[in-house]
Write a protein that binds this ligand. Structure first.
Ligand code: COI
Length: 355
């Protein structure tokens, strides 16, 4: 399918300070958008970012049939934008689509749409360390119908945003023994809006108590660690790096997968298995818990400085933590092309569209 391009007459870029950008608030000039009419995706176009007209009975607004992705592009030394593992994001979007009764998008077309948009917006990619162009593909239902049934029509769009780091400091987590994010059999593995909505109230409560985020436990026993919501989680215990194994309730993070691959390539032992919160408290008490960190596209690699669970405050000694930093440098190097891409993770965006 051909992608029609309508460019803005007036770029907002001259009014944006790319060296000082809050996460998620500054958008580039254009977005990609196309519609599913019940049979096929049609009318693919890149056009200036604008408000959408939504009917008040829009099915997404009422029942949350909506999925998204989060990816990044950075520039190499020659200024060529590099996409990081776009085919993995296409696959995960389609997995979310299947779970949420939504139409899939051909992988190649998904990558082509992102490539053309990033090509057009290449001047928006920030140069500074830790910054990148964040890419937010989003699909949502557009039927105007109040029955609880899958929509037949959908919109898919892609926003791009210059971003700085999501977390600028190590984080404090509250392991919740009261609220859950997702349960096995639910939609925890899908990147769907409702998972994030479910996290808002408990996260606000945690923030009021001085924590940055909630560390989610399983929904049956409140015992097994799942993830943080904005990121997956890793524990360094003795000589092993342990991370909860995906069980249907945990998002299969692409940064998580990349870190596991890199760590194994470094000959470090990574184990994916159920991890109980009691085991983490024990490891802290007996001195074998060396480091805890989160992984995510937005977050990259972030150290955890404290986990609180019931009466236990696990305060981690960050001077002993080194793995998250090493991973961050490695993945940033790969993303910026200063470290060889030996695993075929990078797709350069060559100049096609005239900016
Ligand atoms: C991402 O890391 O891309 C995410 O989607 C997490 C988001 C909530 C910022």
């Amino acid at each position: 399918m051909e992608i029609r391009i309508k460019k803005t007459n007036q770029s907002r870029l001259p009014h944006v300070d790319l060296s000082n950008i809050p996460f998620g608030r500054v958008f580039t000039d254009h977005m990609f958008i196309m519609d599913f009419d019940g049979e096929a995706w049609r009318n693919a176009r890149i056009e200036p970012v604008d408000k959408l007209r939504i009917h008040p009975a829009n099915l997404t607004l009422h029942y949350g049939q909506s999925i998204f992705e989060g990816m990044k592009a950075a520039k190499n030394e020659e200024g060529v934008p590099l996409l990081f593992r776009p085919e993995m994001h296409a696959k995960r979007l389609n997995a979310s689509a299947r779970r949420m009764c939504m139409p899939e998008i051909e992988e190649e077309f998904f990558i082509e749409a992102i490539t053309q948009l990033v090509d057009l917006e290449r001047r928006w990619i920030p140069d500074m360390d830790g910054s990148a162009l964040y890419i937010r593909p989003l699909m949502f239902a557009t039927d105007e119908f109040l029955g609880v049934a899958p929509s037949k029509k959908f919109t898919f769009l892609i926003l791009t945003l210059p971003v700085g780091p999501y977390y600028t400091e190590p984080v404090k987590l509250l392991a919740s023994d009261q609220y859950i994010r997702a349960a096995v059999g639910g939609v925890g593995e899908a990147k769907t809006a409702g998972n994030y909505a479910a996290s808002l109230f408990p996260s606000e409560l945690a923030q009021k108590q001085g924590f940055d985020q909630v560390l989610w436990l399983d929904g049956v026993e409140f015992k097994y660690i799942q993830e943080v919501g904005t990121m997956n989680i890793f524990f360094v215990i003795g000589n092993q790096i342990i991370t909860p194994e995906p069980n249907g309730a945990i998002l299969k993070g692409i940064t998580r997968d990349s870190f596991i691959t890199i760590l194994r390539d470094w000959d470090l032992e990574v184990v994916e298995r159920p991890v109980s919160i009691d085991e983490i408290v024990d490891a802290y008490d007996n001195g074998t818990l060396k480091e805890v960190f989160g992984s995510g596209t937005a977050a990259v690699a972030v150290n955890v400085k404290q986990i609180t669970y019931k009466d236990s405050d696990l305060e981690l000694d960050l001077s002993k933590a080194s793995i998250a930093d090493r991973l961050k440098q490695e993945i940033s190097g790969i993303r910026h092309g200063s470290i060889d891409d030996t695993r075929d993770w990078i797709k350069p965006v060559l100049e096609q569209v005239q900016a």
